[in-house]
Design a protein around this ligand. Structure first.
Ligand SMILES: *[C@@H]1O[C@H](CO)[C@@H](O)[C@H](O)[C@H]1NC(C)=O
Ligand SMILES: *[C@@H]1O[C@H](CO)[C@@H](O)[C@H](O)[C@H]1NC(C)=O
Ligand SMILES: *[C@@H]1O[C@H](CO)[C@@H](O)[C@H](O)[C@H]1NC(C)=O
Ligand SMILES: *[C@@H]1O[C@H](CO)[C@@H](O)[C@H](O)[C@H]1NC(C)=O
Ligand SMILES: *[C@@H]1O[C@H](CO)[C@@H](O)[C@H](O)[C@H]1NC(C)=O
Ligand SMILES: *[C@@H]1O[C@H](CO)[C@@H](O)[C@H](O)[C@H]1NC(C)=O
Ligand SMILES: *[C@@H]1O[C@H](CO)[C@@H](O)[C@H](O)[C@H]1NC(C)=O
Length: 361
């Protein structure tokens, strides 16, 4: 598998923001999270007919009280760990809140397993909150905030908040890479990427118009190496074509973000690329304290979904595995990824007058 060093743009202003926030008390930093199963903290538990759920054992086996919460992990998600590092409580799922909840003033998590940038992504999960849905709900939140604290205070709260956006994996895994779905038959990858890019541009612009300024977009990891994709190779190898598409997606979004930072005058968008970190962790698991990166800890049947079902066999030592199930990294791997993400934000903080692009790894 070729290891490609791809340049990464992290707008340098994010680092001081986060550095300061990390040292403040929890009251001062508000985060809003948009995403899929990699960042969900339980919205889909409230969607009665959703098939994208994880509110049953062995999910949460390493979460406090061994509780399955709807996180697609044996323990914490990457968004939980980012919150811990910021010294704040991981924001609650939007659907767990009362319509008029004071909690919205402290941040909300809209992420939903199966969600994608495109509406049609993840259609076979029946119910999930697509990125459009998540932005609709965020719009609701902004109205509630304005009612509670007034137009001006709400605006300044919204401008000061940090927005984490982790979207796009499902547009591949649960859309373009599914040969029976129309998008994979109708479009070349180049065309599909163009559609994703246009849609994402609209979505990020809409968030901006609703008051979001400091937005961090988490790039895609090496999807070609997740167990569900490896299973399609007769020799259990990473799928190079899929990884190539992911690299193209990341590069396209990075460019889009540069354009939007110019177009939307007060936007402070950042692209955070964890692709190389993911590849390194998979190719050199020992370097990070892992033993296995080519299969999941929970022995899943990739032909029937790939989630960790209640009757599955779970490995003895979950910390030795990069992957928890066929799609999702383990709590231990999420710690590594969140660490890398943070150290990079800080690494750029000194060269604020310099080019913000550098190589990872
Ligand atoms: C953050 O606060 C701790 C003490 O609570 C202090 O030791 C540290 O230097 C501070 N870091 C920054 C970046 O201000
Ligand atoms: C996608 O869904 C959103 C929210 O339900 C809706 O507003 C929008 O029109 C849909 N877009 C397309 C292209 O179907
Ligand atoms: C959005 O807000 C309206 C009232 O402003 C409320 O009736 C509706 O339930 C909210 N939707 C969600 C999903 O919270
Ligand atoms: C995973 O890699 C190890 C070598 O590190 C190999 O022995 C094992 O067969 C591989 N497992 C699968 C499922 O490919
Ligand atoms: C489990 O694996 C981790 C990481 O490799 C290791 O640090 C720990 O000692 C192991 N625990 C046991 C009980 O073997
Ligand atoms: C950043 O700058 C400060 C002083 O300006 C210096 O002490 C520190 O070592 C620098 N950090 C890095 C990572 O270059
Ligand atoms: C910017 O970084 C390059 C190397 O990455 C270095 O050569 C150059 O001196 C730096 N410029 C400034 C203004 O720090």
């Amino acid at each position: 598998m070729p290891t490609m060093a791809i340049p990464l743009i992290l707008a340098v202003f994010m680092a001081p923001i986060i550095a300061m926030a990390a040292n403040h008390t929890s009251a001062s930093l508000v985060t809003f999270i948009f995403g899929d199963s990699l960042t969900e903290v339980g919205n889909n538990n409230y969607l009665r007919y959703s098939l994208a759920r994880s509110d049953f054992p062995f999910y949460g086996i390493d979460y406090p009280n061994q509780k399955p919460t709807g996180r697609f992990s044996n323990g914490r998600t990457i968004s939980d760990i980012i919150s811990e590092k910021l010294g704040i409580t991981s924001p609650p799922p939007y659907l767990s809140l009362n319509h008029d909840d004071d909690a919205v003033l402290k941040g909300v998590n809209y992420a939903s397993g199966g969600a994608g940038i495109l509406n049609e992504t993840g259609i076979y999960f029946i119910e999930r909150m697509t990125f459009d849905d998540q932005i609709d709900y965020f719009e609701n939140t902004t109205k509630v905030m304005k009612k509670k604290v007034g137009e001006e205070a709400a605006k300044s709260l919204l401008h000061g908040a940090i927005y984490f956006i982790a979207m796009g994996s499902n547009d591949y895994i649960n859309n373009f890479l599914q040969p029976f779905l129309p998008d994979s038959r109708q479009y070349t990858h180049g065309e599909f990427l163009g559609i994703l890019n246009l849609k994402l541009a609209k979505q990020l612009t809409r968030l901006y118009l609703l008051g979001a300024r400091k937005m961090i977009f988490l790039g895609l990891g090496p999807l070609g190496c997740i167990p569900s994709q490896r299973a399609k190779s007769s020799t259990n190898q990473c799928l190079d074509q899929v990884n190539e598409w992911v690299i193209q997606f990341n590069s396209k979004v990075q460019k889009l973000i540069n354009v939007l930072n110019v177009k939307l005058k007060k936007a402070q968008l950042t692209f955070a690329d964890t692709y190389q970190d993911g590849i390194d962790m998979i190719e050199n698991p020992g370097k990070y304290g892992f033993k296995v990166s080519n299969t999941s800890c929970c022995k899943v049947e990739t032909t029937v979904g790939g989630l960790c079902l209640s009757y599955a066999h779970v490995c003895d030592n979950r910390s030795e595995y990069v992957f928890w199930d066929a799609f999702h990294t383990s709590d231990a791997a999420n710690v590594v990824l969140a660490d890398r993400f943070f150290s990079k934000l800080f690494a750029t903080s000194n060269s604020s007058t310099n080019s913000s692009s550098y190589h990872m790894g």
